[in-house]
Design a protein around this ligand. Structure first.
Ligand SMILES: Nc1ncnc2c1ncn2[C@@H]1O[C@H](COP(=O)(O)OP(=O)(O)OP(=O)(O)O)[C@@H](O)[C@H]1O
Ligand SMILES: [Mg+2]
Length: 461
């Protein structure tokens, strides 16, 4: 499945190098040789090397330095170090630095075969695992950030550049514009992608809980703290910490965050201990932080620390050209999730979507499509499947959550009933018997209602 393996043999001593290279070639591997660490790096940069077998002691770049560079450039390449007999300490160092294994001189051929095969196998597993993870990520819903409009392309371009660094990023934008999704993408595109992404909703916790949630606490720090508990910052070590709704953080926690961002260290609640942290911080808010600063509710110094890079997500109404692509994206997602045969929108349905105001931005669009997928009778989503007025104009200004039918109470009640039923059904992943139980209906009762709401006629175009 992986074809021939490419092994790079690095040694300044020609005989030693050629001996290893020719044995490996005899065993059927493709082999390259390099007589120095520098030359080896050139090969690593240009070719799909699977394994590096390198001598430890070389003039110029040492084997250990080469190992570090390889780990930095191509973390998935396996490196086997060859050390002088008896220098077990260097071998241990190499292993700590990420070497797959080591060999001692003089090289025993059985040993070489064993070590090389094991390293190649490990390399294969790591790579396979990464590919699988990638595949999983790609199919994981919501992973793909859609945005072909000029404004979005600009934001995504800046995001991609910010992702390469560990700079602190502040994401701003109205509710439902995709702030959390962007934060995840920043992580997924960053060199920290394989480490953890830890999200904390700062608005969901009261001040004292938030502090210990973030920084952890020691036993006895407060009533109920019966053991040490690490916080989210510690859990995000090496990865990304996403602080959502940062505008809602209390002054006390603001001070702690400021220290953390400035010094890259923190103390768990109830402890004098100082803990270092290597964590990339991304925050998001729908508030105008500058306003909060002006009103004295948010620390100005913290604001500047958070906003090293500011990514501002535009509301959907300012990028209507993204609606069709987003709508198709959600259609595919929910058709798959609910196992519905729905494939496309009728022209009226699309016109209806384009005309919506979308105060709730992408989340609102997503909900609309989800409901429509559940409701659709066949392969096409029609205007009737969407809660918009027949003339295709924007929805009325009824409070969010209420149906858009006006003027007749029975009609409104039915629309409300329909929405409740559809929401419940959606929350049960389309499972009708579960939804019926939740709604206090019999299954046939639910089916009757669903059947009644299936629209008739809609000229497909
Ligand atoms: N560009 C996009 N492409 C595809 N899906 C998106 C995009 N932006 C947002 N979404 C989807 O829209 C929904 C809302 O996005 P998200 O939760 O990231 O918004 P938010 O800005 O954090 O909202 P809130 O402020 O309400 O927390 C999610 O289901 C997300 O997957
Ligand atoms: Mg959010």
């Amino acid at each position: 499945m992986w074809g021939q393996r490419l092994i790079l043999v690095v040694d300044d001593e020609e005989t030693q190098r050629q001996t290893i290279a020719s044995v490996l070639a005899e065993w059927g591997h493709e082999v390259r040789e390099a007589d120095s660490g520098q030359a080896a790096l050139e090969v690593v940069r240009d070719q799909a090397v699977d394994l590096v077998v390198s001598d430890m002691r070389m003039p110029g770049m040492s084997g250990l330095e080469l190992l570090r560079e390889c780990r930095r450039l191509r973390p998935d390449i396996a490196v086997v170090m060859v050390t002088a007999f008896g220098s077990i300490e260097t071998a241990v160092t190499a292993m700590k630095e990420g070497a797959a294994d080591f060999l001692t001189k003089p090289i025993d051929l059985d040993q070489l075969e064993l070590v090389v095969n094991r390293a190649l196998e490990m390399h294969r597993l790591i790579r396979e695992n990464r590919l699988l993870r990638q595949k999983l990520e790609d199919t994981r819903e919501g992973f793909r950030l859609i945005g072909g409009s000029r404004v979005m392309a600009e934001v995504l371009d800046r995001a991609a550049r910010a992702a390469e660094t560990a700079a602190t990023v502040l994401i701003t934008g109205e509710s439902g514009t995709g702030k959390e999704l962007l934060a995840r993408s920043l992580h997924d595109l960053s060199p920290r992608a394989l480490e953890k992404f830890v999200a904390v909703n700062c608005a969901a916790l009261p001040e004292n809980l938030l502090e210990s949630e973030l920084f952890g606490h020691v036993r006895g720090a407060f009533t109920g703290a019966d053991r040490d508990r690490p916080g989210r910052v510690a859990k995000a070590e090496g990865g990304t910490l996403f602080l959502d709704e940062i505008g809602d953080v209390s002054p006390l926690v603001q001070v702690k965050l400021l220290r953390f961002l400035q010094e890259r260290e923190f103390s768990p609640v109830g402890s004098d201990l100082t803990v270092q942290a290597d964590v990339r911080v991304v925050t998001a808010t729908h508030c105008d932080l500058e306003d909060l600063v002006a009103m004295g509710e948010f620390r100005e110094d913290l604001f500047y620390r958070l906003r090293v890079v500011n990514l501002a997500l535009p509301p959907l109404r300012e990028r209507r050209e993204d609606i069709p692509e987003l709508a198709e994206h959600f259609l595919t997602r929910y058709a798959q999730r609910y196992q519905r045969p729905v494939r496309r929108f009728s022209a009226e349905a699309m016109a209806c979507l384009m005309a919506q105001e979308f105060k709730g931005n992408i989340r609102e669009l997503e909900n609309l499509i989800e409901q429509a997928v559940v409701m659709a009778r066949d392969v096409v989503i029609r205007a009737e499947d969407l809660p918009c007025r027949g003339d295709g104009s924007a929805e009325s200004d009824l409070p969010a959550g209420l149906p858009s039918v006006q003027g007749d109470l029975p009609g409104m009640l039915e629309a409300l009933e329909r929405r409740i039923v559809m929401d419940t059904l959606a929350s049960c992943d389309g499972n009708q018997s579960r939804a019926a139980r939740l709604l206090g209906l019999t299954e046939s009762g639910l089916r009757y209602k669903l059947g009644k709401w299936k629209p008739v006629g809609d000229q497909e175009v």
